[in-house]
Design a protein around this ligand. Structure first.
Ligand SMILES: C[S@@+](CC[C@H](N)C(=O)[O-])C[C@H]1O[C@@H](n2cnc3c(N)ncnc32)[C@H](O)[C@@H]1O
Length: 264
């Protein structure tokens, strides 16, 4: 098989909507929780898959990783649309930041970490498992995929951390000063979960429990939405949800838990 055939980009061109700073929540979480993997890697290669009409969020991820984890991180932005690769090329800053054509097969790269945001939401739910399998098969040993969805400005976001065995954790994150209720996060779940917000599914139980905890924490609103969120997350933990990562992350308007969750 020729190299070109081996690396035929897998996937389809979809809408390229993006925005500066839209992915700050997931980027900050990656810096805080995935740094060890990148620090341990002989080749700290990261792929931003499907960066969209402009490469701004790829540029930002590279800058955040270089400043927060290690300056020699290499980020490759992959896009399935050749016109978007051409449009991004002036923003390249090799060797730390480059752009290339590629799809779920990752163009023959072996990254330690892949961020694929707002990419699978435009696919059918039935295509998700194959896309995950293709991406995780291409990772360096011990590598991870961070796959998720957010709203246009990045005020509501959620993502799964996935390895070769499937999802490991789910994170929900929100800008607390504009959050009406955690139920709003249901519209921005990863593709694998967005159609599962129905009774009997763990993600439905989680969002309901978080919403109930948020309502119960209403008196804390006097001290600001951060205190209310902290109280709500603490209450979730007290009721048996195995929330990870501790108050430093929770204060950011995040919560992360093992996924799928052990029964609560
Ligand atoms: C909505 S944009 C997301 C841009 C950016 N990641 C963000 O969240 O702001 C989705 C992009 O993913 C690209 N895309 C879709 N499927 C892909 C695939 N299999 N491999 C690479 N890029 C893909 C589309 O061409 C599109 O530019």
């Amino acid at each position: 098989m020729s190299g070109a055939a081996r690396h035929r980009p897998l996937g389809v061109v979809t809408r390229g909507t993006t925005n500066p700073n839209r992915l700050r929540r997931v980027d900050n979480w990656i810096v805080a929780t995935c740094a060890d993997r990148l620090l341990a890697a002989a080749d700290p290669l990261v792929v931003d898959l499907g960066y969209g009409a402009t490469p701004v969020t790829a540029v930002e991820l590279r800058a955040r990783l270089a400043a927060g984890v290690r300056p020699d991180v290499r980020l490759v932005g992959l896009e399935i649309d050749p016109a978007r690769v051409a449009a991004a090329t002036p923003a390249a800053d090799p060797p730390g930041l480059t752009f290339a054509r590629g799809g779920f097969e990752l163009a023959g790269l072996r990254p330690v970490l892949v961020r694929a945001f707002n990419v699978l939401r435009q696919y059918d739910e039935s295509e998700v498992p194959d896309a995950w399998r293709t991406m995780t098969a291409a990772l360096a040993p011990g590598g991870v995929l961070v796959e998720g969805t957010c709203d246009e400005l990045g005020r509501l976001a959620s993502w799964l951390l996935i390895d070769a065995d499937g999802p490991r954790t789910l994170t929900l994150a929100a800008k607390l000063t504009t959050l009406g209720s955690p139920a709003e996060l249901a519209e921005r779940l990863p593709k694998a979960l967005i159609h599962r917000n129905v009774p009997g599914e763990p993600v439905h139980d989680l969002i309901r429990a978080l919403d109930d905890a948020w309502q119960a924490a209403a008196p804390y609103a006097t001290f600001g939405p951060r205190q209310r969120w902290l109280r709500a997350v603490t209450r979730l933990r007290e009721t048996g949800w195995p929330i990870l990562n501790g108050p430093t992350r929770w204060r950011q308007g995040e919560l992360t838990l093992p996924w799928p969750p052990p029964s609560t």
